[in-house]
Ligand binder design. Structure first.
Ligand SMILES: [Zn+2]
Length: 340
């Protein structure tokens, strides 16, 4: 049952709190004054633009077939986002939103779904719909189910193509990364990719272990991206400025080195406190300036690797009555397609 993920396994109170604080963007959003936020558009390539306001970065394809948007930040910004679509659209038709893709379910990427869902077709991974349509419990902080109009109406398990404005736009599921429902959106003709929260530029990432994320899954997903994407592709990260393959390589090196460092210490029997004490290594200290500081990142790695080990050695969480072979990997392979 995918419900399994929302409990997140055996997480220490301290870590749960850290995760909550890190992931609490929707909580912050509730307190944030959006009247001061500007939504600014930058041309990236061909029909593709990047919109920056508050919350996750947005990508837009705007042209004769209308607009396709990737993510939608927060509900109070919907009118400013519409104004930005008008500004970049060269005609009424080009500003007309037809499709909305979600890179994952988090509120700083899907907050506008209820607004835009009434005027466009929302497309996302199966697990995004599953999580948006059920209450999500994060360390006791429950996000209620989204209204029906906010839910994706087209869902996919592996990938889906949308053909608009002269190019094929493909959404590809990356298993077990930031969450269990991440997709990267590749504008194949314009040579641009939106990587959602799988990629934070120059900052430690947030891996939502309670929502099926995994540091090793993230590491694998980024390695895969680096091996298949064209060298001159432009990359829109979930948060941070427009980036390129050098930035992604640097990010992968950080993942490899910090995860490797924690694994080494765990193999030698270190506690999470000792791992935090040692730190991520001098080179990566500065990556803790975003909403995940070094301590949280190291705790997340430790917890994620512990979960993987538990999966290898059998069930540890009595709540779920798991049998042998019941692991996050195994759960994931089912792809969630058997859930309503
Ligand atoms: Zn996110």
């Amino acid at each position: 049952m995918k419900r399994h993920y929302s409990h997140g396994g055996p997480v220490t109170a301290g870590l749960a709190l850290a995760m909550f604080a890190a992931a609490g963007t929707s909580v912050l959003a509730a307190q944030q004054d959006f009247s001061q936020v500007q939504v600014e558009a930058t041309h990236v390539a061909g029909p593709v633009y990047m919109l920056v306001g508050a919350g996750g970065n947005i990508a837009v394809s705007s042209g004769p077939d209308g607009a396709l948007m990737v993510d939608d930040q927060f509900a109070p910004l919907a009118d400013k986002i519409r104004a930005a679509l008008q500004e970049i659209g060269q005609s009424e038709a080009a500003a007309d939103l037809k499709f909305l893709l979600n890179t994952h379910f988090h509120g700083d990427h899907t907050g506008g779904n209820a607004d835009f869902g009434t005027e466009s077709t929302i497309i996302a991974h199966t697990n995004v719909r599953e999580r948006l349509s059920t209450p999500q419990d994060r360390g006791g902080n429950v996000t209620p189910a989204a209204p029906p109009e906010a839910l994706p109406v087209i869902t996919f398990d592996e990938s889906v193509n949308v053909h608009v404005n002269g190019e094929r736009i493909i959404a590809i599921h990356v298993p077990r990364g930031h969450t269990d429902g991440d997709a990267v959106i590749h504008f194949t003709g314009s040579n641009v990719i939106h990587m959602g929260d799988l990629f934070f530029v120059g900052r430690f990432p947030f891996v939502d272990l309670g929502a099926g994320g995994s540091v090793e899954g993230l590491q694998d997903g980024i390695a895969e991206g680096l091996s298949v994407l064209p060298e001159d592709i432009q990359i829109i990260p979930g948060h941070g400025p427009l980036s390129d393959m050098d930035d992604l390589r640097e990010y992968k090196r950080m993942l490899d080195e910090t995860i490797g460092l924690v694994r080494e210490q765990m193999d030698a029997g270190a506690t999470v406190e000792q791992v935090v004490e040692r730190g991520p290594g001098d080179e990566w200290e500065g990556w803790g300036q975003g909403f995940i500081n070094a301590e949280r990142w190291l705790q997340t790695i430790y917890q994620s690797l512990s979960d993987e080990n538990d999966a290898d050695y059998g069930p540890v969480d009595p709540d779920h009555g798991a049998g042998p072979g019941h692991s996050h990997d195994h759960e994931h392979e089912k792809g969630g397609s058997n859930h309503p």
